[in-house]
Design a protein around this ligand. Structure first.
Ligand SMILES: Cc1cc2nc3c(=O)[nH]c(=O)nc-3n(C[C@H](O)[C@H](O)[C@H](O)COP(=O)(O)OP(=O)(O)OC[C@H]3O[C@@H](n4cnc5c(N)ncnc54)[C@H](O)[C@@H]3O)c2cc1C
Length: 342
């Protein structure tokens, strides 16, 4: 079959929606994938001696769970039953504030403000905390180019922050006064977002929905996910820390501090889009779909090199770690090929 894009040594099939991994009924090895060609919506197969999934944590789990056969009745690489389980996202909570000391400054390029220059890594002793693991803090602020929505609620600041002569203007303003206010307050907002490690739990999982398919006719996932007291306590600690930092800076925290009624501002599972863990690594084939080299315990020529294999959230968010693990898996595949084991 002619590939969609021929690139010399590599053929790339674009506009191709993989439905499932194909296997040989006798050997149990992966033989390729079945996909829908989005140009003509026809089902097609492509074959290979090694199959490497990199479709993202939930989609790779979906592909494996949809790859059922007589030999693999619960889905491929799933003798452990763990495919789709241990799904977890980063925790996330945030708060901002206004810092009067940053008002009325000369204009200069502050593009580096934020993650490029400031970052707080995990720094505390769990023995003294009421939650396991930790979180880092990402910062924002500075004189970025104002865009739509810039300075929201800025009019309220006039009633709070005195003029240089000590008087307080009433909140609100239009025309020249509004322009003066924008110049005055511009660059004086800062904010923090915590991103932390949640605990991977078996009972947080995705599974195939027996009743719903996507537009290609492929069964979709449905999700079961709750936060535990660990993540909620972590979010409370984030909020206490954010407020302390803003006040130490002489700032005024924005809005009301999120309380227990909102799980301390803890974002809903999935909101931070750092989902991992659904095709996890593990030493034992009874407990995990993959070994330490992203290779399926049950199907030696099948690999998964996306966020699915990660058993926990890494400190610097997902991408660096999953790329490092993917590189290690790639080197392993090359070595195994050279040894004739794959
Ligand atoms: C808006 C946003 C911001 C983020 N910011 C950060 C950040 O600052 N730092 C950080 O570390 N992480 C960040 N993340 C998380 C990070 O992007 C993901 O964890 C990472 O991309 C996951 O990599 P992956 O290889 O698992 O999946 P992906 O990067 O999603 O790659 C999967 C690929 O497979 C393709 N695919 C899926 N299903 C099929 C199928 N059935 N057939 C064929 N192809 C398929 C997709 O089109 C896609 O190209 C962010 C995520 C989002 C959404």
């Amino acid at each position: 079959m002619k590939p969609a894009v021929a690139t010399g040594n590599v053929d790339v099939y674009t506009l191709s929606m993989v439905r499932e991994v194909l296997t040989d009924a006798k050997t149990g090895l992966a033989t390729g994938v079945n996909y829908i060609d989005k140009r003509d919506m026809l089902d097609k197969n492509i074959y290979g001696s090694i199959v490497i999934l990199a479709a993202s944590a939930c989609e790779s789990a979906r592909l494996l769970l949809n790859s059922k056969s007589g030999r693999f009745s619960e889905g491929l690489a799933n003798s452990s039953g763990a495919v789709g389980k241990y799904l977890h996202d980063s925790t996330g909570a945030s708060r901002g504030g206004f810092v009067p000391a940053l008002m009325d400054r000369p204009r200069y390029n502050e593009d580096g403000v934020g993650g490029l220059h400031v970052y707080s890594p995990w720094w505390l002793d769990n023995k003294k905390l009421d939650f396991p693991r930790g979180y880092h803090i990402e910062y924002w602020g500075g004189m970025g180019m104002p865009s739509y929505g810039f300075g929201m609620g800025m009019e309220d600041l006039n009633g709070i922050i005195p003029q240089p002569d000590g008087t307080k203007l009433p909140a609100g303003g239009y025309g020249v006064r509004l322009k003066e206010e924008v110049r005055r307050f511009y660059g004086a907002y800062i904010g923090m977002a915590g991103r932390g490690e949640s605990i991977a739990r078996e009972d947080n999982y995705c599974e195939i929905d027996p009743n719903v398919v996507d537009k290609f006719g492929i069964p979709v996932l449905r999700f079961h996910y709750t936060w535990s007291e660990h993540e909620i306590n972590q979010a409370k600690h984030m909020q206490d820390t954010f407020e302390k930092i803003i006040i130490e800076m002489g700032g005024i925290p924005s809005g009301k501090k999120p309380g227990a009624d909102t799980n301390h501002g803890l974002e809903s599972p999935g909101k931070i889009i750092h989902e991992v863990g659904t095709v996890r690594m593990g030493k034992s084939a009874n407990k995990a779909p993959l070994n330490a080299f992203n290779q399926a315990h049950d199907v030696k020529n099948l690999f998964c090199v996306d966020a699915g294999p990660m058993v926990s959230q890494p400190h610097k968010n997902t991408t660096w770690t999953l790329m490092a693990l993917s590189m290690r898996a790639s080197e392993y595949i090359i070595d195994q090929r050279k040894l004739g084991k794959l």
